[in-house]
Design a protein. Structure first.
Lengths: 79, 250
């Protein structure tokens, strides 16, 4: 599965990044690097769940911006 | 046995009844302001809107969310006023105390539920509403792009909170009916009852405008989760006790 080409995921991440106040250029770099690293870390797994994918992306995003990672991790836990 | 000398004067009764009604309405306002569904949907909506639109447009459409929330509160209050009028035939009578006990029971049940069921167990601030409903609210908050969408979302979030607000609306309607019109403008109290619970939404909007983001706001909501539970439970209990003691048993 190619998560680096997942347009919906990238679009949602860009919306989150802009809302948090990360400049567009920096956000694109964070997202690309995080998705690539998440893709690498999930390569060895045969079955990947949504939760696995989310955790991997959150782990990578946390290296760049903790608020961004927190929002991506928690936006289904707000209501 | 009550002789004429032992009975309190009429003006005392009027004042006591008035202050009890006022106290119950203020406590109900506090509960409405502490409920978490509308601030949750609003903060998600503001987050998604600010990720897509300019600051001015975000500020504009989020105001319509608040207007929608206020309109739904006004409509629900009007409906509950007619329900209360129908159930209690304008004033308390012995034959209508059955309904009053049902409402008092509902308030006590909500006091217990707000401790155990208001927030779902686990991290975050997942609320009591069905998951399908929460997902719908989330997707509407994500896709809402116009003032009318925002208005509808605000109204919808008010309606979704109804299991925790309906007994409050009915109790408040009863208390406002009980207040004598010439003593205090009950219309003013009705307007305050509708507007004051939206103050948290204005505060959230103001915080976003000052530069706070969803992460900061959600962290503070998670931190205050248990406090909210306890406050909600205590106020529901207080309203139930006041209602039983001063309205049903009196």
């Amino acid at each position: 599965m190619e998560i680096t080409n997942n347009k919906t995921l990238i679009k949602n991440l860009k919306i989150d990044a802009k809302a948090i106040g990360i400049p567009t250029g920096a956000a694109e770099i964070f997202i690309n690097k995080s998705l690539t690293a998440a893709q690498k870390s999930l390569k060895s797994k045969k079955i990947i769940t949504d939760q696995d994918l989310k955790l991997a992306i959150v782990k990578e995003l946390r290296k760049y911006n903790t608020d961004f990672a927190y929002v991506y991790e928690n936006h289904d836990k707000i209501i | 046995m009550g002789t004429l000398e032992n009975q309190p004067p009429a003006c005392y009764n009027l004042t006591m009844s008035f202050f009890v009604s006022l106290g119950i309405v203020i406590l109900a306002m506090l509960i409405m302001a502490c409920l978490q569904l509308q601030p949750g949907v609003f903060s998600l909506f503001y987050h998604y809107a600010s990720g897509k639109y300019s600051k001015a447009r975000t500020s504009d459409i989020t105001l319509f969310f608040i207007l929608g929330a206020e309109t739904s509160a006004a409509c629900l209050f009007l409906c509950s006023y007619y329900i209360a009028d129908f159930l209690f035939l304008y004033k308390f009578r012995p034959e209508t105390s059955f309904f009053a006990w049902i409402i008092a029971g509902a308030l006590l049940a909500l006091a217990i539920m707000s401790i155990f069921c208001y927030f779902r167990p686990g991290p975050g601030t997942k609320l009591f509403i069905p998951r399908r409903c929460a997902q719908n609210l989330d997707s509407h908050a994500r896709t809402a792009s116009s003032r009318s969408d925002a208005f509808a979302l605000g109204a919808l979030s008010g309606i979704c909170e109804l299991p925790f607000t309906l007994p409050l609306y009915i109790v408040t309607s009863i208390e406002i009916m009980e207040m004598t019109v010439e003593f205090f403008p009950s219309n003013l109290l009705t307007i305050l009852y509708i507007v004051i619970p939206t103050i948290p939404l204005f505060i959230t909007r103001w915080k976003f405008q000052l530069g706070h983001n969803l992460a900061n706001i959600q962290r503070s909501r998670v931190k205050d989760k248990n406090f909210t539970r306890i406050i909600l439970s205590l106020i529901y209990t207080a309203i139930a006790v006041l209602f039983i003691y001063f309205r049903i048993l009196a």
